[in-house]
Design a protein around this ligand. Structure first.
Ligand SMILES: Cc1cc2nc3c(=O)[nH]c(=O)nc-3n(C[C@H](O)[C@H](O)[C@H](O)COP(=O)(O)O)c2cc1C
Length: 113
């Protein structure tokens, strides 16, 4: 089943409402959906989904802090091939895709946290 990560930042509820609509649409299309507020999302979440739908309110013409914080925290783990957030080894996107396929075919390689 396709896994979709819906991650959002919302101060007054508008983006949360939009994220819920996106999540409902993905669920309706048969996906397994995990809606998460940015500060609750884990760095390895992007490695454990097939698609991601990030959303934010506009804050001074930029994304909100919780989404930015999530993207910052996710950068090294997703680019280092680690699902535990520890390794900091930069790697190519080709290697990242190869490693993600290996994880998909071998559940024991996935993080349990
Ligand atoms: C501190 C702050 C800065 C904002 N900056 C912008 C902005 O630069 N451009 C804009 O169109 N809206 C801006 N807004 C308006 C919000 O993006 C808008 O109210 C949005 O619907 C809030 O979404 P939320 O309910 O998910 O927090 C700002 C709001 C706040 C509180």
């Amino acid at each position: 089943m396709t896994k979709v990560l819906v991650v959002y930042c919302s101060m007054s509820g508008n983006t949360r409402a939009a994220a819920e609509v996106v999540a409902a649409g993905a669920k309706g299309a048969g996906a397994r959906v995990t809606p998460k507020e940015g500060s609750q999302a884990r760095p390895q979440d992007p490695l454990e989904c097939d698609a991601a739908a990030p959303g934010s309110h506009d804050a001074f013409s930029y994304m909100g802090g919780a989404l930015k914080d999530f993207l910052d925290r996710a950068f090294y783990p997703t680019h280092a091939g680690s699902s535990d957030g520890q390794a900091l080894r930069p790697r190519s996107s080709r290697t990242a895709v190869r490693e993600k396929r290996a994880r998909a075919s071998n559940p024991s390689l996935r993080s349990s946290s």
